[in-house]
Design a protein around this ligand. Sequence first.
Ligand code: SOE
Length: 382
Amino acid sequence: MIGYGFMGATHSQAWRTAPRVFDLPRGVEMAVIVGRDAEAVEAARAKWGWAEAATDWREVVARDDIDVIDIVTPGSSHAEIAIAALEAGKHVLCEKPLANTVAEAEVMAAAARAARERGVRSMLGFTYRRVPALTHARDLIAAGRIGTVQQVRAAYRQDWLVDPKAPLSWRLQKDLAGSGALGDIGGHAVDLVQFLTGQRVTRVTGVLETIVRQRPVETERSGIAGVGGDELGDVTVDDLAIFTGRLDSGVLASFEATRFATGRKNELRVEVSGTEGAIAFDLEDLNVLWLYDRTAPATEQGFARVIVTEPGHPYLEGWWPAGHMLGYEHGFSHQVKDLVDAIAAGSDPEPGFDEGLHGQRVLDAVERSAARDAAWTAVDDD
Ligand code: SOE
């Protein structure tokens, strides 16, 4: 694993847990965790149970005894590490977003295609696809349970930047993060809409806003927000993104991504409306899927609250007896399960880097639209 921040913690837990919960076709050994700060990475190693800590990712990527490289660094280093790992014949799991720019994402997707010819797999960590309620929603939509999709709405809303004193952490710096709320959490919204509907966003119109333009420079990394000092620095990314997308079928989807939705901690709401019914989901209540069946008798109309903790629901086979809840971290274990299954089966895990490249192009189109006063902009897929 390269990196040891918040996503390092979630992925470490998943590598430890997945083999203990699911019958994986291959064993998992948590070999090496890598970071530039020797003391900090050693602390992470000891806490999360990796066998070794190291400070040079290139040395680790070159080692014969490593099969998989898991990249949990900021987006600015994804391309360099992923390409080196793929060229060295390592399977790669890369945290979202794929990269910070379309150009980087293109090179990464090309490297993944070339590696695939040699049986090397790559996967992008859009973990929410593996929240059981959302996987179940995708299955219901694909099975035609809500009929033909006619409208979609997706909003990812957090509030950890409402305080103007919240420091200038890496997520607020364009050179490290690529974009702000747009890429960090809007990317999840775009991915989920495409995952749930099986359609791609082809055109967008959008606006971006930076609400607090200067913040205390970070003196210490801690959690998402970090700790700041007296010196101020410029915020170089968006705080809020509001955009509309047109899907392959012509259906319109509305999107919102914000870190300024006061009181909303990690609200990711998605609603897909069809001719025969609808599904609705909120990450703040992640074991629940709301399902509306328009064909039910008039006297029984209304969204039903489905508790997605039962036998037969996706990924539930490994966990607790029916009715016992799952949380944020479980999706990461499901991601490891699906990656290891795909490696053993010689199949491609999803989403792959090509899908990540398309996602990057959607984000880029939103930025280009916003720069032209929200003009409709095509998502330039080759
Ligand atoms: C911070 O906004 C963050 O941790 C994102 O980076 C993650 O992708 C999301 O899962 C939760 O929020």
